[in-house]
Design a protein around this ligand. Structure first.
Ligand code: NAG
Ligand code: NAG
Ligand code: NAG
Ligand code: NAG
Ligand code: NAG
Ligand code: NAG
Ligand code: NAG
Ligand code: NAG
Ligand code: NAG
Ligand code: NAG
Length: 826
């Protein structure tokens, strides 16, 4: 995929010549030249050249049309320079107007560029490729920063994800409403961008004989010293450009104390856009928190930049010692000379906790790191590493991905979230049908399982999670994610029917279920923990468990594990009874949040009460009527007590509701969500082509530029349209037996067509409403059979299957092969 580092690399800095041009790259579709980014663009022909000139047309805006990912490259045919170019990447257009585009992302390393702006020194014609993956973007800009010009004959991304044709996926959906077709693609684009093959995301460090060669990125932490305090961490560093960076007191899943040593910034290597306010020459920059600048919810406290008495030269080795005592007294020596000694408390920084250390310079900087030692305050040597062996990659969390995986988001939150996989696994089976991505992700999660059954809720990519379970323990919070994890597995199995794989992970799933069952309150028979979905002793989590147990029982049936199936069904019945007895508020006519919060209710409570089958038809309808009181623009707020003025709308929780409403035949809620919440994501002003993490009430991305706009958890319509509007669903695992239950009313649709890839072949339906006539074409693979189930609300006069009149009610049995069903309506 990517040219390996060579000796030459050290000479040319960031520039990496790539010989083999691939025809399968992601290419921009539209562009605009000007002096600043422009959302108004015109078509760009393949091979068309574009000249950027410092004196006029210094900026080109490139629109890829939808979310893409890969290594940026630039094919240059002519240079008058050298010229420096600043390249920005963003999901929503407005990011191009910002200093840091829509980044930086210091939440996790994610084996991609932590920054969304990078600078290149273009000296000669040829191809230049960025070292780092850009994980997800629709937009890019290139700006000439210095006198001169360049002519670009090709710009794009060498894909690090599958390059799929979103109009021709293995599983499809189209209908007479073009907006719904765009909405269906949102989830498909999100899984296409956020999921990838094993070994497709290379390490972001290079191990050399001189030490670790590290370009600007979020530092570690390493896995050692997670519970250490009051240590001195010493390392040698040689700055290649700009500065070197490191962290101390950094717990694995959190922020810590971040440090940079900036060189004297010589003209020969310093890009003209280097921010000398943030990173002044010959200084140490100190920040506490997630980074050196704030990025929405990732707060950072910039302690300041402190001049150092030593002239810091690039290309020379310095030995840097950092001591943090009592979580506050920070002192730094360079080659034995004290250069800094401050009390962080004096700067309003609260005491830092125990934690390890890591390495990563800032944007566009490069440094070598070697000979790391850590000493306790009594002088004992605690750790020593020359940093010249490839084992440091997994130790510092930057080893390439070893499994096919789905990230929580393509550009941000590039880690594997257990609970968020609920929607993802179903979006996958309804669109790209890359079952190996679902299986790889679940395998990776299960690799983190502790002996007690718990699975890590958000493992990162770059560590060896199976050997570091105890170190990663802090990632075992949000207990309801264990339930959503079980549902991700069962949801995937019911659709794929991959029995051999299910068998291989079943013991682990069962251990996970056992852990959850140990958390049932013996007084209430409800789940005793709270979490993301709702409260302890509450509806959402207890009902989600009922659903998980019922679905797990189907898996147990398929694996001839009758005993487990029985246990799971009995337990589900017991919990279901408790929910109906303790959590139904008859006066309000709704399932409430919890036994102790018995007048409030939320989207997840209602959704899971329905999808689990806990709610009777009557209680489902009554609860769904209460959803009206949660209604905002453009969707439903999570809980009745949520402050309406500031609420962001969650496509994740509204996705639970979308499916549940369809199961209860409430098309009005589903239509409201499609026409508002998901239609908002298609607005070109903000659109990435993929589904979003949150949506604000003004219809912009809910967390501003930070919003992950390729977040599969926001893509529920991709499977709900297929399964409930086209109506294709598995009755037995893998669609051996299926049902087709079209939603022929409620959405103002004239026709709908969908196809699902099953292990037996393609299962397809097209239905079309004419004048008093419904035509349904079904094509089913050999070895399968099913029923076409028509809404009880319609009046049927006559039915023909392949021209032959049949007498049947609203359920029509169909065999494999092609069936044309014509229904004359009354
Ligand atoms: C860009 O490359 C030229 C030619 O090699 C060199 O003289 C100049 O110092 C470089 N500038 C930066 C900022 O790297
Ligand atoms: C430089 O950094 C400062 C401090 O973080 C920031 O306010 C400013 O916007 C940055 N300027 C540029 C041009 O990057
Ligand atoms: C980030 O925001 C917080 C809260 O508004 C503020 O206290 C802090 O100074 C900001 N940090 C930076 C680096 O701008
Ligand atoms: C740093 O300053 C503190 C407080 O003035 C002092 O106690 C400590 O000895 C100094 N540490 C070093 C390494 O100079
Ligand atoms: C020095 O500190 C380390 C780490 O805190 C501890 O394990 C060790 O026992 C101490 N050694 C002495 C001699 O006190
Ligand atoms: C992770 O570590 C375990 C235990 O040391 C080892 O068996 C396994 O092969 C490692 N996995 C990878 C992918 O390196
Ligand atoms: C659940 O309710 C039972 C019965 O009231 C109570 O004993 C238990 O503490 C509750 N659990 C939690 C976590 O609130
Ligand atoms: C709600 O809880 C309060 C206090 O625990 C209790 O008095 C009341 O009966 C409960 N109401 C319902 C409808 O369950
Ligand atoms: C939804 O409609 C189908 C078909 O008309 C019917 O079989 C089912 O019982 C209905 N479900 C609910 C919850 O009303
Ligand atoms: C049609 O089949 C569905 C699914 O099996 C079932 O729920 C429904 O009761 C059946 N309807 C009639 C009218 O038999």
């Amino acid at each position: 995929m990517r040219a390996l580092a060579t000796g030459k690399l050290f000479l040319v800095g960031t520039l990496l010549a790539v010989c083999n041009a691939s025809t399968d790259n992601f290419l921009p579709q539209r562009y605009q030249l000007g002096t600043k980014p422009s959302i108004t663009t015109k078509p760009l022909q393949t091979g068309q050249s574009v000249t950027l000139d410092f004196d006029k047309n210094s900026v080109v805006t490139l629109d890829y049309g939808y979310e893409v990912a890969g290594f940026p490259y630039f094919q240059i045919s002519d240079v008058k320079g050298p010229v420096q170019i600043e390249v920005k990447y963003t999901e929503q257009f407005d990011g191009l107007n910002h200093v840091w585009a829509d980044g930086p992302y210091y939440f996790t390393n994610g084996l991609s560029n932590s920054f969304r702006v990078e600078t290149f020194n273009i000296t000669e014609p040829g191809k230049v490729e960025s070292y780092f993956i850009q994980g997800g973007q629709r937009w890019q800009s290139i700006k000439v920063l210095t006198k001169g010009h360049i002519t670009l004959t090709g710009v794009g991304f060498v894909p690090t994800i599958d390059r799929v044709d979103l109009d021709n996926l293995p599983s499809t959906f189209t209908c007479s409403n073009p907006t719904y077709n765009e909405i269906w693609k949102l989830g498909a684009n999100a899984v296409a961008a956020a999921c990838f093959d094993a070994n497709s995301q290379p390490s972001t460090w290079e191990v050399t004989e001189e030490g670790a060669y590290i370009r600007g990125q979020k530092p570690g932490p390493g896995v050692n010293g997670m519970d250490w305090t009051d240590y001195t961490m010493t390392f040698s560093s040689r700055i290649v450009r700009g500065g070197t960076g490191w962290s101390v007191s950094q717990p694995i899943s959190e922020s810590g104390l971040l440090l940079l040593l900036i060189s004297n910034l010589p003209d020969e290597t310093t890009f003209v856009n280097t921010n000398k306010t943030l990173t002044p020459p010959n200084s140490i920059v100190v920040a506490s928190g997630w980074g050196f600048v704030n990025q929405t919810t990732l707060d950072s406290q910039l302690v300041g930049s402190f001049p150092v008495s030593v002239d810091i030269k690039e290309g020379e080795w310095y030995k840097i010692s950092t001591t943090l005592l009592s979580g506050s007294q920070l002192s730094i020596d360079i080659d034995g000379t004290p250069v800094l000694n401050i009390s962080l408390a004096d700067y309003g920084v609260s005491a830092l906790s125990a934690g390890g250390w890591g390495f990563g310079p800032y944007q566009d900087q490069i440094a070598l790191v070697k000979d790391v030692t850590v000493h306790a305050s009594n002088g004992t040597l605690l750790y020593e590493n020359g940093m010249r062996s490839s084992s440091i990659l997994s130790e510092y969390g930057v080893r390439q991905n070893t499994e096919a995986l789905c990230m929580d988001g393509a550009k941000r939150d590039r880690l594997v979230w257990l609970g968020d996989f609920f929607h993802t696994s179903k979006v996958l089976t309804s669109s790209t049908s890359r079952w190996d991505y679902a299986q790889g992700t679940l395998n990776y999660l299960l690799d983190t399982q502790l002996p007690n059954g718990l699975v890590s809720i958000a493992p990162q990519m770059g560590y060896n999670t199976s050997s570091l379970k105890e170190v990663l323990y802090s990632y075992y919070g949000l207990n309801d994610y264990q339930i959503l994890g079980v549902l991700s597995f069962t949801g995937f199995f019911l659709r794929s029917g991959d029995l051999a794989w299910a068998k291989s992970v079943w013991p682990s799933i069962q251990r996970q279920i056992s852990w959850i069952l140990g958390e049932i309150d013996s007084n209430t028979q409800l789940v005793s923990f709270s979490g993301f979905l709702g409260d302890a002793n509450g509806t959402a989590i207890s009902a989600a468990l009922v659903q998980g147990l019922k679905e797990a029982a189907v898996v147990a049936d398929a694996l001839d594990d009758a005993k487990s199936a029985q246990t799971y069904r009995d337990t589900a019945t017991k919990i279901s009874k408790a929910i109906n007895e303790l959590l139904w508020n008859d006066e309000l006519g709704v399932y409430v949040r919890s036994t102790s919060s018995n007048t409030s209710y939320g989207v997840a409570d209602i959704a899971f009460a329905i999808s689990s089958g806990v709610a009777s038809e009557e209680r489902a309808a009554s609860s769904l009527a209460k959803v009206a009181e949660l209604k905002l623009t453009p969707g439903y707020k999570d809980v009745s007590t949520t402050d309406s003025s500031s609420a962001d709308i969650s496509p994740n929780t509204n996705g639970f509701l979308l499916a549940a409403a369809m199961e209860a035949n409430d098309t009005s809620i589903a239509k409201y969500l499609l026409d508002n919440l998901w239609t908002a994501m298609t607005n070109d002003k903000y659109s990435s082509g993929a589904s979003w993490e949150y949506v604000a009430q003004d219809l912009s991305p809910g967390l501003s530029l930070f919003t992950s706009q390729s977040h599969p958890w926001g893509g529920a319509p991709t499977y709900v349209l297929t399964e409930h509007v086209a109506g294709i669903r598995a009755v037995t695992p893998g669609h051996r037996s299926w049902i087709i239950q079209p939603a022929i009313s409620g959405f103002d649709l004239d026709w709908v067509a969908a196809s699902v890839k099953t292990q037996y072949g393609q299962l397809s339906v097209k239905w079309e409403l004419g004048n008093k006539m419904l035509t349904v074409d079904v094509t089913a693979p050999r070895g399968t059979s099913g029923i076409l189930s028509l809404p009880s609300s319609i009046q049927i006069k006559a039915i023909k299957v392949n021209g032959h009149k049949v007498t049947s009610g609203h359920n029509i049995s169909l065999q494999s092969g092609s069936s044309v069903v014509t229904i004359q309506l009354g």
